[in-house]
Design a protein around this ligand. Sequence first.
Ligand SMILES: [Zn+2]
Ligand SMILES: [Zn+2]
Length: 376
Amino acid sequence: MKIRSAILRTSGATQPYAQSRPIHIEEIELDGPQEGEVLIQIMAASLCHSDLSVINGSRPRPLPMALGHEAAGVVKEVGAGVEGFEPGDKVICVFVPSCGQCIPCAEGRPALCEPGAKSNGDGTLLGGGQRLHAEDGKIGHHVGVSAFSEYAVVSQSSLVKVEEDLPFEKLALFGCAVITGVGAVVNTAKVQLGSSVAIVGLGGIGLSALLGAISAGAREVIAIDINSHKLEQAKELGATAVFNSKDTDVVERVKAYTNGGVDFAFETAGVVQAMEVAYAITKRGGTTTTTGLPHPKHKFSFPYVTLTAEEKTLKGSYLGSCVPKRDIPNYLLMMKTGKLPVDQLLSNIITLDEINEGFDLLATGDNSRIIIKMGE
Ligand SMILES: [Zn+2]
Ligand SMILES: [Zn+2]
């Protein structure tokens, strides 16, 4: 079938994207679903910093590629062997497909699925190959989803079925920002009731982590960013204190405020300086967790002795260490009952044709989640 899709053909364009226009809305061909695959109509898709990282070249991917990964839609057709989905089902997309067979999958860690990581890196679907074609050749799938498109064919393991009757633009947030941010807090770091938490970097993931930490019962939730708008938003969402990391003495100020540092610090920006702040404000015996996806060549260094003499723990969190089929329905119910108000992160709604302008908005750092609304 013919679909309209947002295609990136070269990375590293200069900003503003409203002028350089690196993303082209093209009419391309989408094949039908093969074995284990599902055709979905995308109803809403959010602009995420990891799409921006592909556009600006800090997350190198094979191009051309159809971007987008944080999305919700409706099942239109299922391929052979698909179980648990039928036309009409509402679904949320997950950006790591999991095979269910490899060692990490067998260990209950689908975020680390090995064939899933390989197909994502190659720009293919989990079942191999690409279902997207332009006249001049095949188009890569972004993390098995490619959601800035009217329709997508994805592996059934890239989908979680939703029973709740909620607007698609709210459902979309759960596919990346919410599971990554909340999951980092409760699954990876395992924040405990009464602990002190700091979040460094207040994008969609950082603000989700902030709400997750409040929901998990942290007594102190400190928000840190270079953008004063974001610090204001964090206060409105319930941060107990905010600090601007443009201030050169931010580490000393947080340590003084917390009497030596926090139990759990999270770095969600994928920026080395943010990681340095997060590690430095982690107290003796505390844990620093990062969800950041910096350029593969960027290195982070720290005083080696602090790991031993201060018993610090350093953790990475991918997809919030989530089991999406378990966690997404739980987090959705928590939003519905007001315990996890992540729908407050929705800041702007745009059309597919406004995508370049949308990424300019995201890059300013003033907005949390910009959603492309599609479908009727
Ligand atoms: Zn696997
Ligand atoms: Zn994302």
